[in-house]
Design a protein around this ligand. Structure first.
Ligand code: ZN
Length: 306
């Protein structure tokens, strides 16, 4: 009898250990964001409930990323991947997801969130002709340049976090509501600040700002790239300069990750400012978070009018 009692104590000990609650660090939802803006949004909506890694920096071209081993390792144990979609990451994300062997992140699964699925796309081509350069057949993917899109995507992402991590659904709902309220106040403030930009003609380095232009009422009169993703030659820049003689622009805008030389050349010859925009969180010193991204963008654009 005595022996059997000892045996029971030994058996019960490991079971007691198993009943202990998991440590918070182990239970954090692991998120892999393709671009900094979605990493920032996931962090705002998830707070300490999430552990966010971002695949690209603001100084990298998000069209052209390598699916390197460190990224594959991160994708292997992620619970949720948050990307732009609309084929922005067509050159690297499918390979990354396939090599990760992680069934949770595959397209169609709750663990695969594509922000572009939730907003109205601009520049959708009537027919796709790859000879026209790096054309995006699902429409312009650079949706993060309009903060009204961020509002819609925040609501969708908040719901997705609650779906993949139901134990914390109430907290995600609360954080998403707080973000939405803050964002509505931001939108009102930016609308007032950006009023002088309405109807202003601009030239753009890449077709990266269709949504920003739509939001602020900017008029894009020239694009420096002859085809999407193809850097302008000297002769093409001369053509752009001629276009601007007929249809003058107030400024030329480019993104932090791009080589500014064509913009500086045009600035010098057309006598207009070249304006660097963050494009995403981290692109400039002022773009420290999502609010800072738009504060900085509006400030730079309005500043260029003076
Ligand atoms: Zn593009």
């Amino acid at each position: 009898m005595k022996i059997r009692k000892t045996l029971l104590v030994w058996l019960a000990a490991p079971l007691a250990l198993l009943a202990l609650p998991a440590l918070p660090a182990q239970s954090a939802l692991r998120i892999l964001a393709c671009e900094p803006e979605w990493g920032a949004l996931a962090q705002e909506l998830g707070g300490s409930l999430v552990d966010v890694a971002v695949a690209t920096s603001a100084l990298q071209d998000p069209h052209q990323i390598q699916a390197k081993p460190s990224l594959i390792a991160r994708a292997r144990n992620a619970d949720l991947v948050v990307c732009t979609g609309a084929e922005l990451e067509i050159g690297w994300l499918p390979v990354l997801l396939q090599q990760s062997g992680n069934p949770r992140l595959q397209p169609g699964q709750p663990g695969n969130f594509a922000a572009a699925d939730f907003v109205r796309k601009l520049d959708v081509p009537k027919q796709v002709d790859r000879s026209q350069g790096d054309v995006h057949p699902d429409g312009n993917p650079h949706i993060q340049t309009d903060p009204r899109n961020i509002a819609v995507i925040a609501t969708a992402l908040g719901a997705r976090l609650a779906l993949v991590d139901p134990a914390h659904a109430a907290q995600y709902q609360q954080r998403t509501a707080a973000f939405s309220q803050k964002w509505q106040a931001n939108l009102q403030r930016w609308a007032v600040q950006a009023r002088p930009l309405k109807g202003v003609a601009i030239a753009a380095h890449h077709k990266a700002y269709a949504y920003l232009e739509d939001w602020l009422g900017l008029s894009e009169v020239a694009v420096l790239e002859p085809k999407p993703g193809v850097e302008p030659s000297a002769s093409h820049l001369e053509e752009v300069l001629n276009t601007l003689k007929a249809r003058p622009a107030k400024m030329v805008i480019y993104s932090a990750y791009q080589d500014a030389k064509p913009d500086e050349w045009l600035s010098e010859h057309a006598h207009i400012p070249a304006v660097k925009l963050a494009f995403t969180v981290g692109g400039t010193d002022g773009a420290k978070d999502l609010t800072g991204l738009f504060d900085d963008t509006v400030t730079r654009l309005v500043g260029a009018l003076k």
